[in-house]
Design a protein around this ligand. Structure first.
Ligand code: ADP
Ligand code: MG
Length: 446
């Protein structure tokens, strides 16, 4: 993409309505535009990051053996009356009547609808285990939407639903989700700690939330500082191997890590004092095992091997896809702007032409651009007639992890400059070497 042809409405001033860095930077970098309280349009740069996150979530769900579907955002009240949640859900549910006076709603979550799909088509244990998931918009009429996309009213969520014959199978599905979530966040360059959580209105007693530590987080968390050292790394995981998957979950959930809702001072005090930490966290996902809560009320039963019929064992598992854009920025920024991790960056590399209109600079930039595109990379070339300072400021604000600067002085020595946004360090090298280095950097992310 050439910046002169792109739509990147950056703001010079700090928007006064934004209280936290991610909200401020998303507005300033032209990623989103607020349409109403808690409802946003995703402008080109923001939409690119959102899609990148969505793609990683898809890839990791499919790797875990889960099946993508897509359900409508509009649901009928009848399904929710069957489960009893139509009355229980309260004012967060946006209720709408159609032209025939029928009660509808904009889905805040999809347990009822997925259970309806399941009961219509699945009869036997032979179809199990099965996990269906979608990435779809949700609406919750939050009392206090705030912090931009972090707590929106309309937001993008991955919601997955597991169906199993037995409790043991359902717990394996729970563990499988935990591991797939750990991989998902790690690929985004994010440390999200699974913390034992409170089951709340969905019910059930087995649930973990995934929290990204950040001073602006809405949850208070307590943890053993050793948990932040745990990583999956590039180990291969066989998702069908129950012992292996369970062992990974144990590894990540044995050290103390809880939100204020489940925090227990007595147990916490057993952690060595220097490792006892309390902080704020952003909830970027949650997994639930709730058994037969919906299958019983809605009649989703399966035939067992001995011919009897039992309600199917279920769990539901969510990732806050749009919230992750904000959480990633909270975890990766400085006073100049965003610093995208390579896994989610909207463009792989920025090209800055220091002397637009100079024949040698223009053709070197064109050649660089073509070489990067040919290698399957996505560069953003700042080809505007702007001062160097303004070009650098834009690149720093939008946070591409790598920048190649092309100027007449360097070119005379056959050199361009490669700069890391995170460290600020620059290195001079030939254009060919810069392209080779960018290819190498992104190899693990493609
Ligand atoms: N209002 C919201 N705006 C943005 N993301 C949200 C919002 N509510 C929930 N999410 C994201 O969706 C994930 C799954 O939702 P869920 O656990 O059902 O929400 P909650 O914990 O608010 O009840 C959460 O972990 C969070 O990352
Ligand atoms: Mg939650």
């Amino acid at each position: 993409m050439r910046l002169s042809r792109y739509f990147l409405p950056v703001l010079k001033e700090n928007p006064s309505e934004a209280q936290i860095a991610s909200h401020r930077l998303m507005l300033r970098a032209g990623m989103i535009k607020q349409q109403q309280a808690g409802i946003y349009s995703w402008l080109p740069l923001g939409y690119k990051v959102l899609r990148r996150i969505e793609q990683i979530v898809h890839e990791e769900q499919i790797r875990a053996g889960h099946i993508p579907v897509l359900m409508p955002t509009m649901q009928s009240a009848e399904l929710w009356q069957e489960s009893g949640r139509y009355d229980a859900y309260g004012p967060e549910m946006l209720r709408i009547k159609d032209r025939h006076g029928r009660d509808m709603l904009y889905g805040p979550t999809n347990e009822e609808m997925i259970t309806d799909i399941f009961r219509a088509h699945v009869e036997s244990y032979k179809s199990l285990p099965m996990t269906l998931y979608q990435i779809q918009w949700k609406f919750r009429d939050e009392v206090r939407p705030r912090f931009g996309v972090m707590r929106g009213r309309e937001f993008f969520m991955k919601d997955g639903y597991s169906f199993d014959l037995t409790r043991e199978d359902a717990l394996h599905a729970y563990n499988r989700h935990m591991v797939s979530y750990l991989r998902t966040y790690e690929r985004m360059g994010l440390t999200a700690i699974p913390m034992r959580a409170d089951s709340g209105p969905i019910g059930g007693d087995n649930t973990h939330e995934f929290l990204v530590l950040a001073p602006t987080g809405e949850s208070e968390v307590f943890y053993d500082s050793n948990v932040t050292d745990l990583t999956l790394g590039d180990r291969e995981v066989d998702y069908d191997n129950r012992e292996e998957v369970e062992a990974i979950c144990k590894e990540f959930t044995t050290l103390y890590a809880r939100t204020d809702e489940t925090h227990d001072e007595a147990i916490f005090n057993e952690v060595p004092e220097e490792r006892r930490k309390s902080a704020r966290g952003i909830e970027v996902g949650q997994i639930f095992y709730f058994g037969t809560k919906y299958s019983e009320s809605m009649g989703a039963v399966v035939q067992t091997p001995d011919g009897s019929k039992v309600p199917v064992e279920m769990g539901s598992h969510g990732i806050g896809v749009s919230r992750l854009v904000g959480a990633l920025i909270e975890a990766n920024h400085d006073d100049k702007g965003i610093i995208w991790p390579e896994g989610v960056t909207p463009f792989h590399v920025g090209i800055v032409n220091l002397k637009q209109g100079d024949a040698a600079c223009d053709s070197a930039c064109d050649a660089l651009y073509a070489a990067l595109v040919k290698a399957g990379l996505d560069p953003l070339y700042d080809d505007r007639n702007e001062r160097a300072g303004a070009k650098f400021a834009t690149m720093d604000l939008i946070g591409l992890p790598w920048r190649i600067t092309v100027g007449p002085r360097g070119l005379a020595a056959n050199k361009v400059e490669l700069t890391s946004r995170r460290s600020g360090e620059s290195e001079e090298m030939s254009a060919e070497a810069a392209v080779a280095k960018i290819i190498e950097i992104y190899a693990p992310h493609r």
